[in-house]
Write a protein that binds this ligand. Structure first.
Ligand SMILES: *[C@@H]1O[C@H](CO)[C@@H](O)[C@H](O)[C@H]1NC(C)=O
Ligand SMILES: *[C@@H]1O[C@H](CO)[C@@H](O)[C@H](O)[C@H]1NC(C)=O
Ligand SMILES: *[C@@H]1O[C@H](CO)[C@@H](O)[C@H](O)[C@H]1NC(C)=O
Ligand SMILES: *[C@@H]1O[C@H](CO)[C@@H](O)[C@H](O)[C@H]1NC(C)=O
Length: 759
């Protein structure tokens, strides 16, 4: 029962998601053959030419057999990007990779799925329609958000279309009803305007073995994750939302009037690349404005063009669609995922709300833990470490006897292969009366327990263990969880939230921004545990918070590019907590850095009026790809034009007009240039204020930028000089103050000096 060593598990939602890594067992498996830009808006005839070409390529690797080619085919991708998915041997995959027109061939990897008090906490006090005083977000009903997730539960009160206007004319999507053996009544309304599902990849990989895991062959959500994320972004106001009495109050999404399109590419045990790509392809063609993906690969992720989410989001961005994603739940330095600069990548933090469940030691001391268990324990109960129940006993029967009737203290750490919920199920099976979980990675995460239980961090856990040593018959009592506010200085970054630097392109800071992702109450699928609302934690929950604000920004500024919306959210984020100190990070409470929270914690109100944006166009992402040495040939296929990497030698990934600056290999000195676009007051002056990273001199030229009109662009250069070489990464910031007032926007500065022995 004590945690077993093994691979770190990293769900983007921490609770209830029991996804196990599955290995391919036969020698042939599904591959993605990615062939670059698609045919959006082109004719049926061109589509036919494309499918014929794909068929010809497949026939060639199947020794000329058209039937075998047909049988191996899984999907054709044609609109946002093109290529296909097919079941192939390793040799066939290698042959296809060498054919002209192919950018990459990669195996079909399985991905993990990684209130609304959170909105009030962030100061977004709107009415039930999500109107922000002083700004017109009426246009929300024209913003369509696509969710690539586990589907949706359309009857949830969070997705009511009461009082909504007809579906926008631009919408080209569909509502797939599903197959007969499912509840075949999946219906869309004016709130959920689209629903599609993608089963081919999942079925090809797991078909025979897990038929019963395929629940609802329709866009209907059987696992809850998709309904949860969609309602965080765009759920309607629900008067009495709670989970077993916890978190009671009105709850809604960030953009409660925005439209939802559900793309169900994830099934009970996870999501496959080929299905995710098909979902992106449809979402691009259907006309969504924003795509939210609360899922991702294990770290380290593959390079940009052999990773389904990077490919899908590249083409989405090229078509004017912002993609918001989660940074992962692996906690460690360098474990951040969804690293492409065209995505907005979100870290998870906590608000000032806790679900506190105290442990009362028999000596009268109370220790605060967190839990979703509301069970009332009547008396104190004998308490032993789980290791004691296991160790020294020869049979499961004996260890069960030892556990029976007691409270067990268990540990969950990075190496634990078992989920927290299933640990508590084992505790229940052993006949124990309760469970205290010492959970370093999940510090402050409120869990579901199968027995009365609570979770504490390492420090509090040590305190309980030391109490156990002071007495022969230690007893404790676990008090039921209750909702409390203001117990900590908020916000803080969650222990599980994955950190930078980027393992792929260290010149781009990831994650980009942080948002609430701890103990979030939102809609659920009643097919799972018969609950209509649930509380979950993970970067999966942080991502849709940012998606919601992106939808509000899009409603106020319909013409803004994906990078403009992203810039608005990043540059207005805050790195300070309610006491004016740098936001700390769990579990140790030290000051967080840009590797933890990127530009900082999202500020919804400021994001709606950023004053300045750092814009980037598809051209700029091409230059970025040139700089990280994608060859001309692949680049042509990806972008579908004749651009060449002309300035290759001189360009660098740091040149992308990104709202943060990272110099990972600083020798003596280095300069980067950024371009600001005025979207605030027509006449305005911005003054640079630098907080230099330790040991680095930073100068900004010019230090003063004048804008005489809306839309005017101005360049500035930031020069870094090593003064006293610091060890490791050092952090600073560059703020721009408008007309001598407070900082209007801030960008993080991240520097690492290249020491001579590594040069
Ligand atoms: C649709 O299916 C759901 C789930 O099975 C069920 O709860 C609901 O009553 C059905 N609605 C209609 C109108 O048949
Ligand atoms: C109870 O035990 C804990 C852990 O050993 C200790 O920190 C605490 O001071 C004790 N309380 C009292 C009142 O003795
Ligand atoms: C690329 O160049 C070729 C040859 O110069 C030309 O035929 C083709 O039309 C060009 N394609 C595009 C998309 O510009
Ligand atoms: C950095 O700034 C300090 C203080 O202005 C100055 O003394 C020092 O020479 C500068 N170092 C470099 C390398 O420019």
């Amino acid at each position: 029962m004590a945690s077993s060593p093994g691979r770190a598990v990293s769900f983007l939602a921490l609770s209830l998601m029991l996804l196990e890594a599955l290995r391919c067992c036969s020698c042939s498996q599904v591959y993605v053959v990615y062939m670059g830009k698609g045919l959006l808006g082109n004719s049926d005839r061109q589509y036919d030419i494309l499918t014929a070409l794909h068929h010809k390529m497949l026939t060639a690797v199947h020794d000329g057999s058209s039937e075998k080619a047909q049988a191996s085919h899984v999907y054709t991708y044609s609109s946002g990007f093109q290529g296909f998915a097919a079941k192939l041997s390793k040799e066939q995959a290698t042959k296809l990779a060498e054919m002209p027109g192919v950018v990459s061939v990669f195996p079909n990897t399985k991905r993990r799925l990684c209130t609304t008090h959170s909105w009030d906490f962030m100061g977004l006090s709107t009415d039930a329609e999500g109107e922000v005083p002083g700004l017109s977000t009426k246009n929300q009903e024209n913003v369509i958000v696509g969710f690539i997730d586990t589907g949706i539960w359309p009857e949830s009160p969070s997705f009511s279309d009461h009082g909504m206007s007809p579906v926008p004319k631009k919408w080209r999507g569909q509502c797939q009803i599903g197959e007969e053996n499912s509840p075949s009544n999946f219906t869309c309304n004016r709130k959920i305007i689209g629903g599609r599902y993608y089963l081919n990849g999942y079925q090809t990989e797991e078909g025979g073995s897990s038929k019963n895991a395929i629940k609802f062959i329709s866009p209907r959500d059987s696992s809850g994750h998709g309904s949860h994320t969609a309602s965080i972004t765009a759920g309607r106001f629900v008067r009495n939302m709670n989970y077993g009495g916890l978190g009671t109050g009105g709850g809604r999404g960030g953009a409660p009037m925005a439209r939802i399109a559900a793309y169900k590419a994830c099934w009970d045990s996870g999501c496959y690349d080929v299905d995710i790509l098909a979902a992106f392809n449809d979402a691009i063609r259907d006309g969504v404005d924003i795509i939210s993906v609360s899922l991702g690969p294990d770290y380290p992720q593959g390079d940009y063009f052999s990773d389904a989410i990077s490919i899908g989001s590249f083409h989405a961005t090229s078509n004017g669609i912002l993609v918001v994603s989660s940074a992962g739940n692996a906690g460690r330095q360098g474990s951040a995922i969804n690293l492409a600069p065209w995505m907005l990548t979100v870290a998870a933090g906590a608000t000032d709300r806790s679900f506190a469940s105290y442990v009362r030691l028999a000596n009268g001391t109370f220790i605060m833990g967190e839990s979703l268990s509301t069970y009332h324990m009547k008396t104190s109960i004998r308490t032993i470490p789980a290791s004691e129940a296991n160790a020294g006993y020869f049979t499961p029967y004996q260890s069960r006897t030892k556990a029976r009737g007691n409270i067990l203290i268990c540990r969950h750490n990075e190496g634990s292969s078992q989920s927290r919920v299933s640990m508590s199920m084992n505790v229940k099976e052993a006949g124990a009366a309760g469970m205290i979980l010492i959970d370093e990675m999940g510090d402050h995460v409120a869990n579901h327990f199968a027995v009365p239980g609570t979770a504490v961090g390492q420090a509090m856990g040590d305190k309980i263990l030391s109490y156990l040593k002071t007495t022969r018959h230690a007893r404790t009592m676990i008090l039921p969880a209750k909702t409390i506010f203001g117990v900590r200085d908020a916000p803080l970054v969650a222990a599980f939230s994955s950190r930078g630097p980027s393992s792929l392109t260290p010149e781009i800071l990831k994650p980009d921004v942080a948002a609430p992702g701890l103990n979030i109450l939102a809609a659920w699928s009643p097919a799972k545990n018969n609950m209509h609302f649930n509380i979950l934690s993970g970067t999966s929950m942080a991502c849709p918070h940012v998606t919601g604000i992106a939808a509000l920004v899009k409603s106020v500024y319909p013409s803004w590019s994906p990078s403009a919306i992203k810039s608005a959210i990043m540059t207005t984020a805050t790195v300070l907590n309610s006491k004016g100190k740098t936001i700390p990070r769990d579990p140790d409470g030290r000051a967080a850095t840009p590797f933890d929270f990127g530009s900082g914690f999202m500020d919804p109100i400021k994001a709606l009026n950023p004053g300045i944006i750092f814009d980037a166009q598809p051209e700029d992402y091409k230059s970025f790809l040139c700089a990280i040495s994608h060859d001309d040939h692949s680049l042509h296929l990806i972008t579908g034009d004749n651009c060449t990497c002309t300035h290759k030698a001189s360009s660098s990934a740091t040149a992308l007009n990104y709202p943060s600056i990272t110099i990972p290999y600083l020798k003596k000195s280095y300069s980067v240039t950024r371009t600001m676009t005025n979207v605030g007051n027509a006449r305005s002056t911005y003054i640079a204020v630098v907080s230099a990273p330790r040991g680095i001199n930073v100068t900004v030229t010019p230090e003063v930028l004048n804008f005489e009109n809306y839309g005017v662009k101005r360049k500035f250069t930031v020069s870094f000089h090593v003064d006293v070489p610091p060890r490791g990464y050092v952090f600073g910031s560059l703020s721009w103050h408008e007309n001598g007032r407070d900082a209007r926007l801030t960008m993080p500065l991240v520097v690492k000096v290249l020491t001579s022995d590594k040069a």
